[in-house]
Design a binder for this molecule. Sequence first.
Ligand code: ADP
Ligand code: MG
Length: 240
Amino acid sequence: MMLEIHEAAKHFGGVRAVDGLSFSMNEGEVVGLLGPNGSGKTTLMNLVSGALKPTSGDILFDGVAIGGKRPDVIARAGVARTFQLVRVLPSLSILENVMVPAAFGREALWGRAAEARAEESLARVGLKVSPGKLAGDLTYIDQKRLELARALAARPRLLLLDEWLAGLNPTELQEGIALIRQLEAEGLTILLVEHIMDAVRALCPRCVVMASGSKIADGPTAEVLDQPEVVAAYLGGIDA
Ligand SMILES: Nc1ncnc2c1ncn2[C@@H]1O[C@H](COP(=O)(O)OP(=O)(O)O)[C@@H](O)[C@H]1O
Ligand SMILES: [Mg+2]
């Protein structure tokens, strides 16, 4: 198993955002993480990436416990993520935006090596804009591409995508799906939080579904989406 989550919990005061969640992922899998708003998906991403420390439970990456470790330590181990709300550095150039994570990734690249890695990552996401342009001047889809390039700059083995496809128009959505497929073909393992069901069906052979911090389903996507608990959890709660 590449990723093992054992009884992970994260409580904020009385709010049990993640409440004893367990599942595992094999290397090369693309798994959808579904659930209504507030079900704990982003919190789980934060636990895996190290942005938050679990209240209890274990998270293992390649058999090594990473739960509660610092984000840079987890990034160096080979885990990268995008944020639900895009987080590019608007006053830095596109190239500089991607050089930063290259420096803090698995290989800690500096100078020309970081620049080369940044250029490679930008090419992978198909961002066809001058790398000297300020990130703040990019269109929304290109900011999303840039954010993905930032995640890829560390050459991760596990990629966490938090609603990376949200807010794209239909043409951009198809481009985004093709791009994720390309990353899968390159061997990346991907955990994908997504509300757009067409995208989930197109990309994820397997889904894990959360409700109120707990796992309510895990299995082949078509079967999971038919389960009564899943249908009930989504009633009135999903926009797709
Ligand atoms: N930093 C935080 N402090 C307090 N409550 C939080 C925090 N982050 C998330 N929550 C709460 O945890 C629950 C799960 O949130 P979240 O993980 O963002 O859900 P999702 O991504 O599935 O929409 C929600 O009730 C949310 O309000
Ligand atoms: Mg979220």
